[in-house]
Design a protein around this ligand. Structure first.
Ligand SMILES: *Cc1c(COP(=O)(O)O)cnc(C)c1O
Length: 369
């Protein structure tokens, strides 16, 4: 039997390249707390992402959770349940009430036509997700936010390096949060960043990630500890050197998948969005069981039997997690519920061979009855 194929595989710089990058830390003994690697990584990212300013965090989740805290949001937050646990948990852990909006059946991001009907006098913010790197309708979200005086905090964990109309995706909204987890297109082992415009907000974020410390003898906020260490920053610096090749290789894999699966009855692929330079983060496939002749779970199990790990991503909806039992109903977001029950992301990483892609597609297509 051929080797197992994981759903993703972390990209790595050459071993020597990483060693070279961390060498000076052995001499300086400066391992964390915003050292030279942290500063360098931050500067390089601002440039690469095309944003005014960013701050670095231990992970994407803390960037999101602390951004909501820094903006002093209270009350209700409009968001979607078709996302990773982090988005909803960041809201709830700030003692905010998530109000779940349905998603677009085409690009899986928040259905902007439904946002206004969910706004109440308690609504303070919108937390949309750029799902699979697909860009939300940023113009409409911005119009609604301005009209109703709402903050917009994007979960951009999937959207590293994505541009819309030539602008970095992190330049939209009040804040955009990126994840550099090992499983993402771009990683720093663990890590994350928040991009923002307002320098005052930047100061608040900086303090919140460092215990609320303002100065050596002044602590005027109740902060957390969410600093990125120097080893993670060094990994990020190395990976950033190769990110364009990584994305180009992913593109070749995605095109191979498309050549097999495009136009197959009962299969829907990720849309190509106008004006968007994508990062090929994921390869989601929606299986409409009736037309395709097999449902998502059958395809998933079939692939598993052949040693191929696809992922039910996202499933279940965050609104249906056990920790929220009885609080929310899937019927309020029927599109999200349907997609969560019929989507599978297929293996995708830069080194995935085209022969493996051919084999994966063959197995998928053989599931049809
Ligand atoms: C990965 C991810 C996060 C959290 O990022 P971490 O760096 O793992 O904390 C948040 N939201 C979404 C949509 C993600 O995929």
């Amino acid at each position: 039997m051929p080797d197992k194929i994981a759903v993703t595989r972390s990209s790595m710089p050459a071993y020597e390249e990483y060693c070279e990058e961390i060498k000076e830390m052995w001499d300086s003994r400066w391992l964390t707390n915003m050292g030279t690697k942290h500063k360098k990584f931050q500067n390089e990212l601002e440039e690469f992402l095309g944003v005014e300013a960013i701050d670095l965090f231990t992970n994407g989740h803390m960037a999101l959770e602390l951004s909501l805290q820094a903006l002093n949001i209270t009350g209700e937050v409009i968001t979607t349940p078709f996302t990773f646990a982090s988005t909803t948990h960041a809201i709830v852990r700030n003692r905010l009430e998530p109000v779940f909006c349905d998603i677009s059946p085409v690009d899986f991001t928040i259905d902007v036509s439904q946002i206004e009907s969910l706004i109440t006098e308690k609504t303070c913010a919108i937390v949309p997700v750029h799902v699979y790197g697909n860009v939300c309708n940023v113009e409409e979200i911005s119009r609604i936010a301005q009209k109703h005086h709402l903050r917009v905090i994007y979960d951009a964990a999937h959207a590293f390096g994505v541009t819309y109309r030539g602008k970095g995706i992190g330049s939209y909204g009040d804040v955009s949060c990126f994840s550099f987890h090992a499983s993402k297109v771009f990683h720093s082992i663990e890590g994350g960043a928040a991009s923002f415009h307002d320098p005052e907000l930047g100061l608040d974020l900086y303090r919140l990630k460092n215990f609320g410390i303002r100065g050596p003898e002044v602590v005027d906020g109740v902060g957390a500890n969410a600093k990125m260490n120097e080893f993670c920053a060094a990994m990020g610096i190395c990976n950033l050197r190769h990110i364009r090749e990584e994305i180009a290789k992913r593109k070749v894999v995605v095109e191979r998948y498309r050549s097999h699966l495009e136009g197959v009855a009962g299969i829907r692929l990720n849309p190509v969005q106008e004006g968007v330079e994508t990062n090929y983060a994921y390869f989601p496939v929606v299986f409409e069981a009736e037309q395709f002749g097999a449902d998502r779970d059958e395809v998933f199990m079939n692939l598993e039997e052949h040693g191929i790990m696809a992922r039910k991503y996202f499933y279940p909806l965050t609104s249906l997690f056990d920790c929220f039992r009885g609080k929310y109903v899937a019927a309020r977001t029927p599109v999200a519920a349907h997609i969560a029950g019929s989507v599978l992301t297929l293996p995708l990483y830069a080194e995935l061979s085209l022969e493996d892609v051919d084999r994966i597609c063959e197995i998928v297509l053989q599931c049809r009855k």
